[in-house]
Ligand binder design. Structure first.
Ligand SMILES: Cc1cc2nc3c(=O)[nH]c(=O)nc-3n(C[C@H](O)[C@H](O)[C@H](O)COP(=O)(O)OP(=O)(O)OC[C@H]3O[C@@H](n4cnc5c(N)ncnc54)[C@H](O)[C@@H]3O)c2cc1C
Ligand SMILES: NC(=O)c1ccc[n+]([C@@H]2O[C@H](COP(=O)([O-])OP(=O)(O)OC[C@H]3O[C@@H](n4cnc5c(N)ncnc54)[C@H](O)[C@@H]3O)[C@@H](O)[C@H]2O)c1
Length: 468
């Protein structure tokens, strides 16, 4: 069989690239080694984690958030099996959706391990060991990423007691004590899930703050809020050992600034210290495809590797490991392969942490602007001064907008608050169009909405807010 494009990996990068390429008239095949399409994101990442985040938030709300609204309910009872069934059904409907779209777009799907034999030739090894060879004009590597583990520490992840995100999405009972190693996105999202369901959660983080890459104001405020919810946060603590015990596991960490090592015990330990590009068994060495010093497939601005006819996108290449970044690269590459001019604007990629409150960010942080010597101005507005937030009892958090001091062009937006992950998109669209804080502040916003806080933060950036 001969194709225009063979995509290896069916995550958000691969499956979106395949669909777009087929829509543009190319003959496309996708090879996936998992039993179902959709990659990390749909099977063990974005989708299952959001199903559990939503369900656990509802549980928490039923237990703690109703009385003050005048709704008296008896204490909710957790049926974890049913909650997990909701998560599994969510995964199933999403992965089946991808299968449907492949059929609709006449994409040939192969379940098996893809290996690049040479430019233009890919083999697929099925689970039963059968191998078939496919010919193609172009190969797209979209093999994603895998758990990185803790650099320099030997950890035996059994997905029961010492778990990665995959095991943490599938626990069969609520741990009494959960230790989270790494206070990044995965640790805080999945730590929140189990804390809401009753676990005592301790987060051990190497840096001096949680969510290291976020704007410092945002991560400071977020840390205060999550600690108030009961999460035990230990920063500037370097984990040096994780070992199983008879009762569960123990974690040893050393204060980064020096001092005695501390050992803490728990029944489950989540290792969430980052992910690494996944290229195992792909035959890159044989095909001569170059990697960079962090093991990522090296590409140019058009997603081309150093070997003609071989491209790469998503978590396996540089840039943030985010599903929507992978998707946008998939679309851009499909357009390029179809002779169009695909492009991704890496300056305007939003990031959302789906905790409660949510944290959302787009563009530059204040620290990045300072370091780059940019002359900027800041506008901030708290949700305590927003009528809708008061009505909904979600007044925690704020909106912060950063704009160029001379031109007023918006350079970054940061939100901590209920629904931040939805609200960030108006700042994202504004930035994509090169808009100013005055453009945003003068745009009529419906009342009463949480989004009015975005408008007020914009007013605070170029003039003064009304409601403060
Ligand atoms: C717990 C968790 C939660 C997350 N939540 C979010 C979120 O809310 N929002 C967000 O933007 N991002 C989130 N992410 C990150 C997101 O999942 C990734 O950025 C995204 O999946 C990357 O897409 P991709 O297509 O590059 O790779 P992947 O989704 O990793 O897909 C790669 C696929 O390639 C397959 N593959 C690998 N090698 C081969 C081979 N040789 N042959 C055949 N198939 C192969 C793999 O089996 C896999 O299915 C989360 C990640 C995790 C772990
Ligand atoms: N909502 C989302 O968009 C979402 C959700 C989940 C995952 N993801 C993606 O998945 C990727 C992986 O997530 P993650 O949370 O594993 O990684 P991360 O990079 O977000 O966080 C890892 C944290 O572990 C800390 N750490 C590393 N070594 C340590 C040690 N020895 N002791 C203590 N702390 C240590 C790091 O300082 C860092 O803060 C991220 O790139 C993220 O973009 C995104």
């Amino acid at each position: 069989m001969s194709y225009d494009v063979i995509v290896i990996g069916s995550g958000p990068g691969g499956y979106v690239c395949a669909i777009k390429a087929a829509q543009l008239g190319l003959k496309v095949a996708v090879i996936e080694k998992r039993a179902t399409y959709g990659g990390t994101c749909l099977n063990v990442g974005c989708i299952p984690s959001k199903a559990l985040l939503h369900a656990s938030e509802m549980f928490h709300h039923a237990a703690h958030g109703m009385d003050s609204l005048g709704i008296e309910v008896s204490a909710p009872v957790l049926n974890l099996e049913k909650m997990m069934a909701h998560k599994d059904a969510t995964i199933k409907s999403n992965v089946e959706g991808v299968s449907f779209l492949f059929k609709k777009n006449k994409i040939d799907g192969f379940i098996g391990t893809g290996k690049i034999v040479a430019a233009g030739k890919v083999s697929v090894t099925a689970e039963d060991g059968q191998v078939q060879e496919l010919d193609t004009k172009n190969i797209v590597i979209a093999t994603g990423s895998d758990v990185a583990g803790i650099p320099g520490v030997n950890v035996d992840i059994d997905e029961k007691v010492i778990v990665s995100s995959t095991g943490a999405l599938d626990l069969t009972k609520v741990p009494q004590n959960l230790i989270v190693v790494g206070g990044g996105v995965i640790g805080l999202e999945l730590g929140s899930v189990w804390m809401r369901l009753g676990a005592k959660v301790t987060v051990i983080e190497y840096l001096d703050k949680l969510l290291g890459a976020m704007d410092a104001d945002v991560s400071k405020q977020f840390q205060r809020m999550i600690a108030k919810q009961g999460m035990d946060i230990r920063t500037e603590a370097k984990v040096t050992a994780v070992e199983k015990t008879e009762a569960g596991a123990k974690v040893t960490y050393e204060p980064v600034k020096g001092g005695e090592a501390v050992t803490v015990e728990a029944d489950v330990v989540l290792i969430s210290t980052g992910r690494k590009p996944y290229t195992e068994g792909l035959g890159l060495e044989g095909a001569g495809v170059a990697l960079d010093n962090r093991g990522r497939v090296e590409i140019d601005h058009g997603f081309k590797t150093n070997v003609a006819g071989i491209y790469a996108i998503g978590d396996v290449v540089k840039g943030p490991m985010l599903a929507h970044k992978a998707e946008d690269e998939g679309v851009a590459l499909a357009e390029i392969l179809a002779g169009q001019h695909g492009h991704v604007n890496y300056d305007v990629i939003p990031g959302v942490v789906y905790t409660q409150p949510e944290v959302a960010s787009v563009g530059k942080t204040e620290e990045e602007l300072k370091a780059a010597g940019v002359n900027y101005k800041v506008g901030k507005f708290p949700f305590t001064a927003n009528g809708r937030a008061r009505a909904m009892q979600v007044t925690d958090g704020f909106v912060k907008i950063l704009a160029d001091k001379e031109t007023d062009r918006v350079l970054g937006g940061h939100i901590v608050g209920f629904g931040a992950g939805e609200m960030i998109h108006e700042i994202t669209v504004l930035m994509e169009f090169g808009g100013s804080s005055e453009d945003l502040g003068r745009t009529c916003h419906a009342h009463p909405t949480m989004s009015e806080a975005v408008k007020e933060a914009a007013l605070a950036t170029f003039a003064k807010p009304i409601h403060m």
